[in-house]
Design a protein around this ligand. Structure first.
Ligand code: NAG
Ligand code: NAG
Length: 201
């Protein structure tokens, strides 16, 4: 376990013991967020297309063609290769690594990328909120924990992924919105990610 991963885990443990949980808002607290149960990274592997985001995680005006390939290795390590079209002309390909800190929570990864932007960002949580492995996935990432142990809404990041570039079906959307709602996340502002097929991975 690397040190920043260790620190993050400590913060989580600290929060879970120090926060006095109010049942009404329990689902909104990070330590009781209803994440994907029995998560199986082997089934999650392979190619995913980014379909929508609630906000851009890079300071650009447009972001399209997001594709990600996950490859699971031993010891809770997942290799990540991603590409995205930035500002309609630049295909940014990035290599990253996902680490599971606590084997009890395989759906909680901590991800870092090796590009300059990735190094600047450091390690970020990547929690699988919901997936059926074969159609869609909802990824949750909190970039700032508030004093009450929930996530600052302005620093809550959501990505929805699909195995197909064509987007989510109505039934997938229904499951996605249900998952977001159960985690107290407003889902009315998802920004679609356009797929032009311009960037290869
Ligand atoms: C829990 O939070 C809700 C909403 O903020 C509040 O109305 C309620 O009184 C709280 N309950 C307890 C037990 O603190
Ligand atoms: C995870 O999925 C793989 C591939 O379907 C399967 O072989 C394996 O048994 C699963 N692991 C668990 C713990 O269910």
């Amino acid at each position: 376990m690397n040190t920043s991963c260790f620190k993050l885990c400590c913060v989580c443990i600290f929060l879970s013991v120090s926060v006095c949980v109010n049942d009404t808002l329990k689902a909104c607290k990070l330590d009781s967020l209803p994440l994907q149960t029995n998560f199986n990274i082997t089934r999650y592997q392979g190619l995913w297309y980014g379909i929508s985001v609630n906000r851009y995680y890079v300071p650009v005006a447009t972001l399209s063609d997001i594709k990600i390939i996950y490859t699971s290795e031993a010891n809770g390590i997942t290799r990540i290769k991603s590409s995205g079209l930035v500002l309609n002309w630049w295909c940014q390909v990035d290599d990253g690594i996902g680490v599971v800190c606590d084997p009890e929570y395989p759906q909680k990864l901590y991800v870092s990328f090796s590009s300059w932007w990735g190094i600047l960002q450091g390690e970020r949580p990547y929690w699988v909120l919901r997936t059926d492995y074969t159609r869609y996935a909802v990824v949750y990432s909190c970039w700032r924990v508030t004093q009450d142990g929930s996530c600052d809404p302005d620093r809550t990041y959501i990505w929805t992924l699909s195995r197909r570039p064509t987007g989510h079906s109505q039934s997938e959307l229904h499951e996605i919105y249900t998952a977001l709602h159960s985690a107290c996340i407003k889902a009315d502002n998802l920004i679609p990610v356009i797929h032009s097929g311009y960037c290869n991975l």
